[in-house]
Design a protein around this ligand. Sequence first.
Ligand SMILES: Cc1cc2nc3c(=O)[nH]c(=O)nc-3n(C[C@H](O)[C@H](O)[C@H](O)COP(=O)(O)OP(=O)(O)OC[C@H]3O[C@@H](n4cnc5c(N)ncnc54)[C@H](O)[C@@H]3O)c2cc1C
Length: 472
Amino acid sequence: MNKKENILIIGAGLCGSLLALRLGQRGYTVKLVEKRPDLRKVEQDAGRSINLAFSDRGMKGMRMVGLGEEVKKLCLPMLGRMIHNTKGNKFMSPYSGKKEKFINSISRPGLNMILLDAADKLPNVTLIFNQSCEHVDLENTKATFIHYHTKEEIIHTADIIFGTDGAGSVLRNNMFIDKDLRLSFSIDWLTHSYKELTIPASENGGFKTDNNALHIWPRGENMLIALPNLDGSFTVTLFLAHETGADNFQKLNTPEKVTEYFEREYPDAKALMPNLVKEFFENPTGTLGTVKCYPWSTFGKTLIMGDAAHAIVPFYGQGMIASFEDVVVLDKYIEKFEGDLESGQTNWETIFSEYQKERKKDTDAIADLAIDNFSEMKEHTANPLFQQKRKLEIAFEENFPERYNSKYSLVTFNEDIPYSVAMRRGRAQDKAILNLLDDGKLVDSMSLEEKLILVLNETKEILHDDDIAKNL
Ligand SMILES: Cc1cc2nc3c(=O)[nH]c(=O)nc-3n(C[C@H](O)[C@H](O)[C@H](O)COP(=O)(O)OP(=O)(O)OC[C@H]3O[C@@H](n4cnc5c(N)ncnc54)[C@H](O)[C@@H]3O)c2cc1C
């Protein structure tokens, strides 16, 4: 297969690397250009989200490119949330009542590396590092880069350009400043920022606390989480208000204040973090926000994907997964509209148009769900009504696996259910259970099946009411 189009991909993060590999496998001539050095050859920056939650939905992309088995070697299963309350007690809240359903902790650079390695092996894919894109001429598919070391200007031209250059995308900014393109764009900054810290491995290289869970210290306004790494350490992330509330990043400006805050709010975690204060002041404070924009394509020749098109807050652990899913959905349309293999002409305009039409509602949905989950993690996980709901849902999933999936399961474990469908159904279920619990209608004398039937009927009514309101 000798395809005519030359493809330029800007940004070799998780989305760009998977895209380059897939397009390379499809026979296109691909140039993948990244502003940072090759992460396979340099030490990683401290404090840049070293591990990520990775679930079934993300496996779809890895299986598509034949790396399904390879990626498993990087995965550490997390069976549920280990909640650490203010009294220093902890309890496990499983992600699902179905035993085979769990999420994984995975190394971000590790995952990026296996994608880059696989892309690098293809003769039709070229990887270029240390070149930062400064400008894209969208109509003429010409992009200007500056070499990090030499400061020399380099122009890459292509038939098709993809922008997978993350939340601050240069390609997207070029779309935005051309008013004729009418790019609708919004960024909603979260009031909270984040800081990454570490629980190091114990002296014998083991884990200092349970390694089969995602740890959460919910504290109402703020929270701490920790995900295990293969080397026995945990990456800890503090999500703290930037400048509002009783505690915030602005106020934690001396070692004494940091120490006092952690001793007061997270004493058990603090005891496991010998380098807390040093890391707190050395590691960067990251901002969080939701980027929504549309359209994603210009002139049938460029397309933004991943965080460049839809950056979301990290509380559902789905940002990278959604970016991988972008590549899977795009691939489906390439397969459909690749056109005449003899002439090598691919109908990109139709592919991009169909892709963005299908995908926008789903990425909007996961963006909204991720905001919902922020409240769920920092406040609701410690709330008795929420805990009662989760207990019931786990029992439903355990005993009636074919008849019930919680919102979390619909989003995380049901890769064939689009995010928008998972959101609608999941929210209706949540409302149904919480209403029934609050009204005292789910009584102990009922069997579990009777409770399930009541919840399903209530959900149906809520969905029906939603439909009526929507069609007014
Ligand atoms: C704290 C935190 C925790 C997270 N946890 C999770 C999680 O648990 N699970 C999950 O699924 N997602 C998580 N995410 C989201 C996830 O990190 C992103 O959704 C994912 O990285 C998006 O991939 P991407 O390739 O689109 O963008 P990025 O990973 O940002 O990659 C963009 C790439 O483009 C390069 N680049 C940028 N500008 C230029 C330029 N001008 N020229 C050339 N190259 C450029 C960058 O250097 C980078 O390599 C988290 C995010 C944060 C901030």
